[in-house]
Design a protein around this ligand. Structure first.
Ligand code: NAD
Length: 395
């Protein structure tokens, strides 16, 4: 943030729906809860529909609204471009932001494919511009605390990682063919949308890297009518009248096995068809000295099994991560006064501002982390096509 005023970070946000709302809320709320070295300013929001963009700007307190993202890049007041557009726009927007010398924060997955992700990581490196990926689950307090326990060696050598990301919003065939079902727009389905989070979480929690994968993807509903999702993923959907059905060109579900470089082995499942699960993001790690497990819908809790205790004292412990033992939960309410989904974005926004103001040297997840994740996604897709194991070094 070399040309920035040290006291403010002016944000230009692109996109205003699901993630646009999560990010608007994060930028608005973060100074209320964190003592920050710089003030984030909701400077300009950009959307494609003028009236709607103005309406969203007024609701969240964005000072200006635009319909062409280039206006944000040309505005010298804006320091950070924050991308919440669908996946097909990530590369174009991030490359342009880096070329304009802006810091850039991008929603996950970093890109539709590995080629785009490589270009994006190279562009921010060349421009020497700060870069961030919104892998927000890294900043769930219970998972930040889990990372600390792993770093402190409380699990010892890791044997197993087991990650599930289960949703069920797509199983109704009347859910319309939004960008999320289009290969050209999304890159992939459950793989890039959900398994990307699991891959990132395993990298974050273990500090390990993937070495090879063997995957299978499946599409249950092969065609859908075009239309818009309204009010988020699980709520009402609105198909466009008599529109002709089109082919679904992404996976509805993905399963894969993995080997990590340390010798740990992993199983992964991500699906939009897991009846009864709305946002069932869970991860378990089994190590030589202990084990950890987390389930998103029990947001505040981390389960820990300490296998070093005397035999009669061993057992799963349910730790309420609300007492400020992690870097985030203590910023809000007293212990046991629980926080939730939107706070993962507020926590991420706090760390972005601190990094931009020079308070931290490293930020995770950055575009390199996004690229590492994309390599794994690409290898899983290639494995499905070849019907064999694929080494990450092959992609
Ligand atoms: N971190 C998370 O947990 C999480 C959750 C959901 C979505 N996401 C990611 O966030 C991104 C957006 O997802 P969403 O759920 O908000 O989608 P959405 O469909 O709800 O909203 C997309 C927004 O982008 C705008 N848009 C579409 N095409 C555009 C373009 N070419 N240029 C500029 N704006 C454009 C739309 O008008 C809309 O405002 C995706 O990359 C998705 O994978 C992340």
């Amino acid at each position: 943030m070399s040309d920035a005023s040290p006291s403010v970070v002016n944000i230009g946000l692109i996109g205003y729906q699901f993630m646009g709302k999560a990010h608007s809320n994060a930028w608005l709320q973060v100074p209320h809860f964190f003592d920050l070295p710089a003030q984030p300013i909701l400077h300009t929001i950009c959307g494609r529909t003028e009236a709607k963009t103005r309406q969203v700007a007024a609701r969240w307190g964005w000072r200006h609204s635009e319909t062409d993202y280039r206006a944000l890049l040309e505005n010298p007041e804006i320091h950070l471009i924050d991308i919440t557009a669908p996946n097909h726009a990530h590369a174009e927007l991030a490359l342009a932001a880096a070329a304009a010398g802006k810091a850039v924060a991008c929603e996950k997955p970093l890109a539709r494919n590995l080629g785009e992700a490589r270009a994006m990581a190279a562009a921010v490196k060349k421009a020497r511009t700060p870069n961030f990926v919104w892998f927000n689950y890294r900043r769930v307090p219970a998972l930040a605390w889990a990372r600390r326990l792993v770093e402190e060696g409380r699990l010892g050598q890791v044997f197993h990682v087991r990650a599930l990301y289960l949703q069920d919003w797509a199983k109704d065939p009347k859910v319309p063919l939004s960008w999320r079902f289009s290969g050209p727009e999304a890159g992939s389905g459950a793989l890039g949308d959900l398994a990307a989070h699991s891959v990132d979480l395993v990298r974050f929690l273990t500090g390990d890297e993937f070495s090879e994968v063997c995957g299978l993807t499946h599409t249950f509903v092969k065609t859908r009518a075009p239309g818009q999702m309204v009010e988020g993923l699980t709520a009402r959907v609105q198909a466009e009248g008599k529109a002709r059905v089109r082919k679904v060109t992404v996976d509805d579900a993905v399963l894969f096995l993995a080997r990590l470089r340390s010798g740990a082995i992993g199983t992964f499942e991500a699906t939009r068809f897991a009846t009864g699960h709305h946002n069932g993001n869970s991860v378990e790690i089994n190590g030589e000295k202990g084990a950890l497990r987390f389930y998103f819908e029990d947001f505040s809790y981390l389960d820990f099994f300490d296998d070093t205790l005397p035999r009669g004292e061993k057992g799963w412990r349910r730790i309420s991560v609300t007492a400020g033992q992690d870097p985030y939960s203590g910023r809000y309410w007293p212990p046991g006064h629980v926080i939730g989904y939107e706070h993962t974005f507020i926590n991420t926004a706090a760390d972005i501002v601190r990094h931009l103001a020079g308070e931290t040297r490293q930020f995770h997840a950055n575009f390199d982390d996004g690229l590492r994740c994309q390599e794994v996604l690409e290898a899983v897709a290639l494995s499905q096509r070849r019907r064999e194991w694929v080494r990450i070094s092959e992609v």
